[in-house]
Design a protein. Structure first.
Length: 81
């Protein structure tokens, strides 16, 4: 089985830089999440910390890879040998 190849366009570098700049304050929230986990314990972690940390991970995934995450499964085709 081989993967169906389709040309995936990546985001231009200037868009990726803008996403990184806008998402940079969320890095402080991730730091606060880790600080709260290790110093105060998991009971003190708020829902907003988790939500913003997930948004940070998503934003920096887009910045590093250059494309949004895939939400559908990859299609495979059967090849005859």
């Amino acid at each position: 089985m081989t993967e169906v190849t389709s040309k995936t366009k990546t985001l231009p570098p200037n868009v990726r830089i803008m996403i990184a700049l806008v998402a940079s304050p969320t890095l402080l929230v991730v730091g606060m999440l880790f600080y709260t986990l290790f110093i105060d314990g998991w009971q003190k972690v708020s829902v907003s910390m988790i939500v913003f940390s997930l948004l940070c991970v998503l934003a920096y995934y887009v910045v590093i890879t250059g494309r949004p995450p895939r939400l559908t499964k990859k299609k495979y085709t059967q090849t005859k040998n």
